[in-house]
Design a protein around this ligand. Structure first.
Ligand code: C2E
Ligand code: MG
Ligand code: MG
Ligand code: MG
Length: 290
């Protein structure tokens, strides 16, 4: 076949490939438009401590697309990173989250809540990343010590010196760091020790099969022990059942996030949930343990 195309003809055209390219170009245009037309939203998912008390939230990006319906972040974050659109998008997330955090910090029943914000590698690698976060904190009046940035392992191991410098610059002002999806990437233990983290987040893939897969159970237990021995708090994500939580609690886990306590939801619903159970998530079996 290739031969029949002739010696001087380069045949790259592949309709399937072309369709993928077209879809990406269309999605890129949509993200741009979505930003300009303020289509993006933040949802908030509750985080609870060992007693089931609400201690904070994670801000999760949502895109109610006018034609496609709700587009999940996993379907556009990657492209936003490739195209650099994650820079304005990530800035919008930070700005919006910190505006919310400021409001929470002013009300009695929400003033203690921390807010975790996901930061992508490309965003973090910008030379002015630390300054831009500090600027947003200043502009919004959000208390820095209630802001937690969620970083991933891949981000940390690239250019460790730069990573440490940026983290320290922000930590100096009180900003905290959590290591998201822990266990799924690659991180050297010697780096972990040097990074000014305050929390490890056990990836939900280990939590999912905790009770049926002995390997996942061992990993979860090990991550908790490792975190504690490094002086870090450990939070588990994807906690869907009371049994997940009981297992993790016995292993010494410090905090929990997952459908058992609440789904990610718009801010109004999140606040209503807080008021209806002011000092707890949906406690479920959590109470029976203590
Ligand atoms: P992540 O940061 O690890 O967030 C946790 C994901 O697990 C969220 O998916 C959340 O909705 C989901 N989740 C929470 N509890 C449960 C549970 O009990 N069971 C199950 N099955 N899932 C649960 P979501 O919102 O679709 O976000 C996916 C990923 O997209 C995030 O993973 C994060 O990596 C990225 N992302 C979301 N928002 C942002 C953002 O503002 N900026 C950046 N850079 N990335 C974001
Ligand atoms: Mg996260
Ligand atoms: Mg995660
Ligand atoms: Mg995850």
């Amino acid at each position: 076949q290739a031969k029949s195309a002739g010696r001087n003809t380069l045949r790259f055209y592949d309709p399937q490939m072309q369709a993928v390219v077209n879809a990406r170009v269309a999605l890129e245009g949509d993200i741009r438009r979505g930003l300009a037309q303020q289509q993006f939203q933040l949802y908030y998912q509750v985080q609870v401590d060992g007693r089931g008390h609400t201690v904070g939230a994670e801000a999760l990006l949502r895109w109610p697309h006018p034609q496609r319906g709700m587009v999940p972040p996993n379907e556009f974050i990657h492209l936003a990173e490739d195209t650099g659109l994650i820079i304005p998008l990530g800035h919008w997330v930070l700005q919006t989250a910190c505006t919310q955090l400021r409001l929470w910090s002013l009300q009695t029943h929400t003033r203690h809540l921390t807010l975790a914000v996901n930061v992508s590698a490309r965003q973090f690698r910008q030379p002015e990343f630390a300054e831009s976060v500090l600027q947003v904190l200043q502009d919004t009046g959000a208390p820095a010590h209630l802001l937690k940035l969620e970083l991933t392992e891949s981000l940390l191991v690239n250019d460790v010196e730069d990573t440490i410098a940026k983290m320290h610059a922000l930590k100096m002002h009180g900003v905290g760091f959590s290591l998201d999806d822990f266990g799924t990437g690659y991180s050297s233990l010697s780096y972990l020790k040097r990074l000014p983290l305050e929390q490890l987040k056990i990836d939900q893939s280990f939590v999912q099969d905790l009770l049926s897969d002995p390997n996942d159970a061992a990993i979860a237990r090990t991550v908790i022990a490792l975190g504690h021995s490094l002086g870090l708090a450990v939070i588990a994500e994807g906690v869907e059942t009371a049994l997940h939580q009981e297992f993790l609690a016995l292993a010494g886990c410090d905090a929990y996030q997952g459908y058992l306590f609440g789904r990610p939801m718009p801010v109004q619903a999140f606040e209503d949930g807080l008021l209806s159970s002011p000092r707890a998530g949906t406690m479920g079996a959590a109470t029976s343990l203590f």
